[in-house]
Design a binder for this molecule. Structure first.
Ligand code: AHR
Length: 516
């Protein structure tokens, strides 16, 4: 996709005001189409045994007083169903390389109790294990993505886990599953061989890990009707050498290679989730947008080694990462989620749509109560975050035809690696004869006028529905005492004109249009 930007060079950082045409910005929609389908997996989630993601988030147990469906928290279960989650990664993250799957099967009272050493030393009673995760996925129609233990596990342990989950009854390992109450094997496609092998997953070099990967992958067997899609533990953001080495040494023995990218500017001073100023708002957006450069560079390397596109790229951890909420366990990574996070989510998804030739899955970190989550829970209640609402507004793009857009907009000078922030950003797709267009106004405090124009100027466009996600301030969030401060509402500030649609967008907002 080409974008033409009018850069406000040298103008005070936060005063983007250049008018492009009569409107502040123009979004040109190339409605002839691209023939490219946006994989649903771009909207993937990540669930780790970390803080209250699993316990108190997804799982409360069958005997809990909290309303539950077979032990899954009912409110969260229903919210995830509505979100149409395509794929979910589990059990980590760093936890995956400390996880021994046999600890989490069989009678609850006999399951091993361990310390969760990565995340605050919290006691892990393994009451949520393989059965609980795979049954949840099955009930919600989610494709499971299992992350296997390379760091502290063995080839035998990993191979047996795959057999336990996917082999028909008959072998001793598969019969253990049957004895634990599950006769038919589950379907498990996505299998990650380690996580962050350069760090918490074993502190390996890329070359050493490549050999380790090849060894582990050899023994992960396909079963009748269950072909594995094997994923290598990839780079952290800017570590292009890691990707290069794995492409060279593993090649198409992997189906996918991952990369992780968090919107953090300073690990030593991540900043608060709800208390930030205009400068920090734009800095986080600038860092977020740099993911495009990172994806491009990893893809460039992959193109060089694999011009036929046999190996996919998966961004299987992404999102904002702030200081934890005051008074919470620093190891539990619990943070609030504001309109700024909603803008971050939308900008990321807009970028992901452009790179699906190679980028086939993305998993935001994480689904409940951890980092940029969809849902926050307390003992009795649940809150949907602004990020949840973006995922809900955008889920129409799953498996839709990607439609190119070209945006002419002013830019705010970049505060992270000079990556500029477009005032207006947009994405579009088409499904079942309907066009879905999302437009983001990143401006911290100014309304912006936008003309959405179509290549086919004679097309009569009807807006079938228009919704907006916004609030008074970028710092606004939903909490247990005010659950709908940031929630989608009907949007009326638009006019259909010949060949297009004119809109006036309030500051810091996301508008979702459905047109015919
Ligand atoms: O998402 C939190 C942690 O971030 C994951 O466990 C790890 O893979 C990454 O460093």
């Amino acid at each position: 996709m080409k974008k033409s930007y009018a850069l406000i060079a040298g103008v005070a950082l936060l005063s983007a005001s250049l008018a492009v045409n009569a409107q502040d910005a123009t979004v040109r929609v190339h409605d002839a189409g691209t023939g490219i389908t946006i994989p649903a997996e771009i909207y993937g989630q990540f669930s780790e045994h970390l803080g209250r993601c699993i316990y108190g988030g997804l799982w409360v147990g069958k005997d809990s007083d909290i309303p539950n469906v077979e032990g899954y928290r009912k409110d969260v279960f229903e919210a995830l169903k509505a979100l149409k989650v395509p794929v979910m990664r589990w059990p980590g993250g760093c936890f995956a390389d400390d996880y021994h799957w046999v600890d989490g099967i069989g009678p609850l009272e006999e399951r091993a109790k361990i310390a969760n050493n990565n995340w605050g030393g919290t006691l892990e009673d393994n009451s949520f294990g393989t059965h609980e995760f795979l049954n949840l996925c099955e009930m919600l129609g989610i494709e499971p993505y299992i992350s296997g233990n390379v760091g502290s596990g063995s080839v035998e342990e990993m191979a047996k886990w795959v057999e336990y989950m996917t082999a028909p009854a008959g072998s001793s390992v598969a019969n253990m599953r049957v004895a634990n109450g599950r006769k038919e094997p589950w379907k498990v496609k996505y299998f990650g061989i380690g996580n962050e092998a350069w760090g918490c997953g074993g502190n390996m070099t890329a070359s050493f890990y490549s050999d380790v990967y090849r060894r582990y992958a050899t023994y992960l067997r396909n079963q009748p009707g269950n072909d594995l899609y094997k994923i290598a533990s990839g780079a952290s953001d800017y570590n292009y050498e890691w990707t290069k080495t794995l492409m060279e040494q593993i090649g198409d023995r992997m189906d996918g290679i991952s990369v992780h990218y968090y919107s953090i500017v300073d690990w030593g001073n991540k900043g608060a989730s709800t208390k930030f100023d205009e400068k920090s708002y734009y800095t986080i957006l600038s860092k977020t947008l740099d993911v495009e450069n990172v994806l491009k560079k990893h893809i460039e390397i992959m193109d060089e080694y694999d011009p036929d596109g046999d190996v996919d790229l998966l961004l299987d951890e992404w999102g904002t990462w702030y200081d934890v909420e005051p008074g919470t366990n620093p190891g539990h990574l619990y943070q609030q989620n504001t309109m700024r996070d909603a803008i971050v989510a939308a900008l990321n998804l807009d970028i992901f749509h452009k790179y699906t030739r190679r980028l086939k899955m993305c998993n935001i970190a994480q689904v409940v109560n951890v980092l940029q989550s969809m849902i926050l829970t307390n003992e009795t209640d649940m809150v949907l975050t602004p990020t949840y609402h973006v995922f809900e507004m955008y889920n129409v793009h799953q498996n839709a035809e990607y439609i190119e857009t070209e945006t002419s907009t002013a830019l705010v000078k970049g505060l992270f690696r000079s990556v500029p922030v477009p005032v207006i950003d947009a994405t579009a797709s088409r499904k079942d004869g309907k066009m879905h267009i999302d437009i983001v106004n990143t401006d911290y405090n100014k309304s912006r006028t936008v003309l959405v124009e179509f290549d086919n100027v004679n097309a009569v466009r009807k807006v079938k529905s228009a919704r907006i996600l916004t609030s008074q301030r970028a710092q606004d969030y939903n909490d247990f005492s005010n659950k709908n401060q940031v929630a989608p509402k009907a949007f009326k500030d638009y006019k259909v004109v010949k060949g297009g649609i004119e809109l006036t967008l309030p500051p810091c907002c996301i508008v979702a249009l459905e047109t015919e």
